[in-house]
Design a protein around this ligand. Structure first.
Ligand SMILES: Cc1cc2nc3c(=O)[nH]c(=O)nc-3n(C[C@H](O)[C@H](O)[C@H](O)COP(=O)(O)OP(=O)(O)OC[C@H]3O[C@@H](n4cnc5c(N)ncnc54)[C@H](O)[C@@H]3O)c2cc1C
Ligand code: FES
Ligand code: FES
Length: 488
C-alpha cells in the first residue's frame, strides 16, 4: 500500500514514489522545499532541522525540532511537519517578505551570513520560541543570571545541535535572547491547543522493501515473530546514520517509537519504569529531576535535536560500549523489561550485555521499558569525558551512586562506558569503597583500583592510558565536589 502522506506546511504531501528508506530531508527537497539543507546527513550539524507536532508536556501539542536527515519520511505518515518556509504567516501568493519573529530577529541581529545553516537554526529557535513553559530569567550577565538562558527564558541548549561555520555564534545568541512571546493569533501557537495527529498504522512498500508501523505492542510482537529479520527502529538517530553513511538497507523496517505501551512513565513505591520509546527530551522533562543521576546525564547526551528523537530502547538496543545511558543505568541497578509474543521477562542490566554490541535480547524481542529501583542512592554523579562539552560521543563515561551513612560508604555502585567491549560495573572499586570511611585516603585507594578496571583501548578519541587516568580522576572529582557541597 502506498497511500502514506504527510502534512507539510499545511499541504497534503504524498510520500510515494519515495523509497521506504528515503529521509524526510530528501523528500522535502525533492518537493521543492530546499530551505531544509543537508550539511552532514548524520545528525551533527542541524542544517536539516524541521518542526514536528508531537504530544506536549504542558499543552496538547509541542512543536519539536528534529533532524530531517535521520528520519525516514515513511515514519511521518499522517503527521504534521513545518519547515523554515512554513514558519512565516503568508498573506497570499507572491508574499515573500513576511518573516516569522525568530527569522526577523536573526535578520536584524546579523545572525546569518552564507545562510546555509540558517533554516535549521530558525527551526530549532522556533521550537524553543513555542516551548510553553519558557519563562523570563535573570539577565545572563547580572546577579543570578546563567549564561545559557536569556532574559526571555530562551534555553541555549535548544541550539546545541546546530552548527554555523561563518557567522559566529554571538549574533545568533543575541537573536535567540531577543525573541519575545508568540502573539495571541500566532497560528503555530494556537495549534498547540489541539492534539497532535495520532500515529497511524503504516504499510509502505516500494521495490520489495517495506516500512511498517503497527498500532499496538501485541500486533508488533506478532509481526516480529513472523519476521525476526526485521530491523526495529525507534527515533532513528542510530539507524538513520547507518542508512545515510553506511548505505544500510532493510527489506523490512518496523517502527516502535509511537507504541503507547513503550511510552509510559510509571512511578511505583519501589521503582520507576521508563518506557523504551519515550524520547530523552520527554524523559528529561517528565522526570523533572526526580532521578538526579539521569538529570545529570541527559543534558550531556548529544544535542537537543538528537534527544528529541533518541530513546533509551535505542541506546540499549545498539549495545554500544560507549552509549551514555548504560553506565548511569548500571549505577542505578536498573533492569530491562524484554517483551516478545510469548510474554515478558526482566533482566538486570548488569546481565544484559554479553559481548561487543551483543546482548541477551533474542530475535523477535523488544525492550519495552527500563526499571529503576527505589529508593535512590543520594550521592550521584555522571562524568562524561569527551572532546566537546555537548554533541559528542564519550571517550569514557563514569556514573556513581553511593550511600554514605554516618561518614561510611554503605553501598557503592559505579557504571563505566568506553573501557571494555561492553558497559561494565567497576566491581573492584565498589568493593574498595564499601564499608570504608568516606575520606580522602579511602577515595585515593579506590581511585587507584578504579583506574585498573576494564581493558581500555587506544583509538582516535583517546589513548588507553588517558582513559584509565580519567577513571581515577573521576572518583577524586566526585569526592572534591561532595566535600565542597557539605562545607559550603
Ligand atoms: C549526532 C549524534 C550524536 C549522538 N550522541 C550520542 C551521545 O552523546 N551519547 C550516546 O549514548 N549516543 C549518542 N548517539 C547515538 C544515538 O543517538 C543513541 O544511541 C540513541 O539513544 C538511539 O536511540 P534511537 O531511538 O534513535 O535508536 P534507533 O536508531 O531507532 O535504533 C537503534 C538500535 O536500537 C534498536 N532498538 C530501538 N528501539 C528498540 C527497542 N525498543 N527494543 C529493542 N531494540 C530497539 C534498533 O533495532 C537499532 O538497532 C548520537 C547519535 C548521533 C547521530
Ligand atoms: S544534515 Fe546535518 S544534521 Fe542533518
Ligand atoms: S551562516 Fe554560513 S554556516 Fe551559518
Amino acid at each position: 500500500m502506498t497511500a502514506a502522506r504527510i502534512t507539510v506546511n499545511g499541504q497534503d504531501t504524498p510520500i510515494a514514489p519515495a523509497a521506504p528508506h528515503t529521509s524526510l530531508l530528501d523528500l522535502l527537497r525533492e518537493r521543492g522545499l530546499t530551505g531544509t539543507k543537508e550539511g552532514c546527513a548524520e545528525g551533527e550539524c542541524g542544517a536539516c532541522a524541521v518542526l514536528v507536532a508531537r504530544p506536549g508536556t504542558h499543552e496538547a501539542t509541542d512543536w519539536v525540532a528534529v533532524n530531517a536527515c535521520l528520519l525516514p519520511a515513511a515514519s511521518l505518515d499522517g503527521q504534521e511537519v513545518v519547515t523554515s518556509e512554513g514558519l512565516a504567516p503568508t498573506t497570499g501568493v507572491g508574499d515573500t517578505c513576511a518573516l516569522h519573529p525568530v527569522q526577523a530577529e536573526m535578520a536584524a541581529r546579523g545572525g546569518s551570513q552564507c545562510g546555509y545553516c540558517t533554516p535549521g537554526f530558525v527551526c530549532s529557535m522556533a521550537a524553543e520560541y513555542y516551548r510553553p513553559d519558557r519563562r523570563p530569567h535573570a539577565d545572563p550577565a547580572g546577579p543570578g543570571g546563567d549564561p545559557e538562558h536569556g532574559p526571555n527564558g530562551f534555553d541555549l541548549h535548544a541550539l546545541s545541535g546546530n552548527l554555523c561555520r561563518c557567522t559566529g555564534y554571538r549574533p545568533i545568541r543575541d537573536a535567540a535572547f531577543a525573541v519575545g512571546t508568540p502573539a495571541e493569533d500566532d497560528p503555530l501557537a494556537r495549534r498547540r491547543e489541539q492534539s497532535p495527529p495520532e500515529p497511524v498504522a503504516t504499510t509502505y512498500t516500494r521495490d520489495g522493501s517495506t516500512y511498517l508501523r503497527k498500532s499496538t505492542l501485541d500486533e508488533t510482537l506478532r509481526l516480529l515473530r513472523e519476521r525476526p529479520d526485521a530491523v526495529v527502529v525507534a527515533g532513528s538517530t542510530d539507524w538513520g546514520v547507518e542508512v545515510n553513511i553506511r548505505s544500510r538497507r532493510a527489506d523490512c523496517v518496523v517502527a516502535v517509537d509511537r507504541l503507547p505501551e513503550l511510552r509510559e512513565l510509571r512511578v511505583a513505591s519501589d521503582h520507576i519504569e521508563i518506557g523504551a520509546a519515550l524520547t530523552l527530551t520527554e524523559i528529561e522533562r517528565r522526570l523533572g529531576g526526580a532521578v538526579p543521576l539521569l538529570a545529570a546525564l541527559l543534558p550531556q547526551f548529544a544535542s537537543r535535536l538528537i534527544r528529541n528523537g533518541a530513546t533509551l530502547g535505542g541506546n540499549l538496543g545498539t549495545g554500544s560500549p560507549i552509549g551514555d545511558s548504560p553506565p548511569a543505568l548500571l549505577a542505578l541497578e536498573a533492569s530491562v523489561l524484554l517483551a516478545d509474543a510469548d510474554g515478558e521477562r526482566e533482566v538486570p542490566l548488569a546481565e544484559y550485555f554479553t559481548g561487543y554490541r551483543q546482548s541477551v535480547r533474542r530475535p523477535g524481542e523488544l525492550i519495552r521499558a527500563v526499571r529503576v529501583p527505589l529508593p535512590l542512592s543520594p550521592v550521584t554523579a555522571f562524568h562524561k569525558i569527551a572532546k566537546r562539552r555537548f554533541d559528542d560521543i564519550s571517550s569514557v563515561a563514569v556514573a556513581f551512586a553511593l550511600d554514605i551513612v554516618d561518614g561510611t560508604v554503605r553501598k557503592a555502585r559505579i557504571g563505566l562506558g568506553g573501557v571494555a567491549a561492553t558497559p561494565i560495573r567497576a566491581l573492584a572499586a565498589e568493593a574498595a569503597l564499601e564499608g570504608e570511611p568516606w575520606t580522602a585516603e579511602t577515595v585515593e585507594a579506590a581511585a587507584r583500583v578504579l583506574r585498573t578496571e576494564g581493558t581500555p583501548l587506544d583509538d582516535h578519541r583517546a589513548s588507553a592510558a588517558y582513559r584509565a587516568e580519567m577513571l581515577g580522576q573521576s572518583l577524586r572529582k566526585l569526592y572534591a565536589r561532595a566535600t565542597e557541597a557539605v562545607s559550603s
